[in-house]
Design a protein around this ligand. Structure first.
Ligand SMILES: Nc1ncnc2c1ncn2[C@@H]1O[C@H](COP(=O)(O)OP(=O)(O)O)[C@@H](O)[C@H]1O
Ligand SMILES: [Mg+2]
Length: 233
């Protein structure tokens, strides 16, 4: 069994009289330690998949296997424990707490798990050793995103889930952030899933899951993923 498997997963929303099918029979498998890109245009159902994998949302039908457990059958309480202990999230707009320093933002996450990484060391790992006492407003967008990656990583999550993590960043800064995420998979063995609409990012991933119109349209494996340094997009 693969580390992560979605099997015949459906998510439907009732909007007034009509039903929107956001995920329509989603099937894929992901191995431990992979860097995965879920690629598709706006509205394809990518965030819905990511939120279900992260226990932030639940599907209506189908299995969601994470490390041998089917989380689609979890109670709200079990999902809370799962999100807390096993999942790190990185969002497009960082979602940092404005009145806490970089270090305090990371500690906020690391304090809720048993074997967290040291906040200062984790910030140093993303190149922010000189910025630990700065508030979010004193940091650039790229620096804020690196704080949010440190916050996600400090929990030592099984899964690092990133929804359009470079969507608000310029080209060079976006590359720095992608390099950190690629290193998390290559050097730390973390399973990293990145949602994006930017097809130019596909070469950096071990696995690319293409989504179109609520379905998985194809899945590619890259046996030689490209280094971020040589990526042009
Ligand atoms: N809470 C919701 N209520 C109703 N429709 C939703 C909700 N969340 C997502 N959708 C719809 O589901 C579809 C897929 O959305 P989403 O997963 O966010 O796509 P993507 O991330 O690929 O842009 C879209 O048509 C979107 O409008
Ligand atoms: Mg989305």
């Amino acid at each position: 069994m693969a580390y992560i498997e979605m099997k015949h997963s459906y998510k439907r929303y009732q909007v007034g009289e009509s039903e929107i099918v956001a995920n329509n029979d989603i099937n894929f498998a992901i191995e431990k330690g992979e860097l995965v890109i879920i690629l598709g245009s706006s509205g394809a159902g990518k965030s819905t998949v990511l939120n279900i994998l992260g226990g932030m949302d639940t599907n209506d039908e189908g299995q969601v296997i994470i490390d041998g457990k089917d989380i689609s059958g979890y109670s709200a309480k079990e999902l809370t424990t799962y999100r807390r202990n096993d999942v790190g999230f990185v969002f497009q707009f960082y979602n940092l707490v404005p009145n806490l320093t970089a270090k305090e933002n990371v500690e906020l996450a690391s304090e809720i798990v048993a074997d967290a990484r040291d906040a200062t060391e984790t910030l140093a790992d993303v190149g922010l050793e000189k910025r630990i006492n700065n508030f979010p407003a004193q940091l650039s967008g790229g620096e804020q995103q690196r704080v949010s990656i440190a916050r996600a990583v400090a929990k030592n999550p099984k899964l690092l889930l990133c929804d359009e993590p470079t969507g608000a960043l310029d080209y060079q800064t976006g590359k720095q952030v992608l390099k950190i995420l690629q290193n998390m998979s290559r050097k730390e063995g973390a399973t990293v899933i990145i949602v994006t609409h930017n097809s130019a990012l596909a070469p950096i991933a071990d696995r690319v899951i293409h989504m179109h119109d609520a379905r998985v349209s194809s899945i590619e494996l890259n046996s030689h993923p490209q280094d971020i340094d040589t990526l042009e997009y």
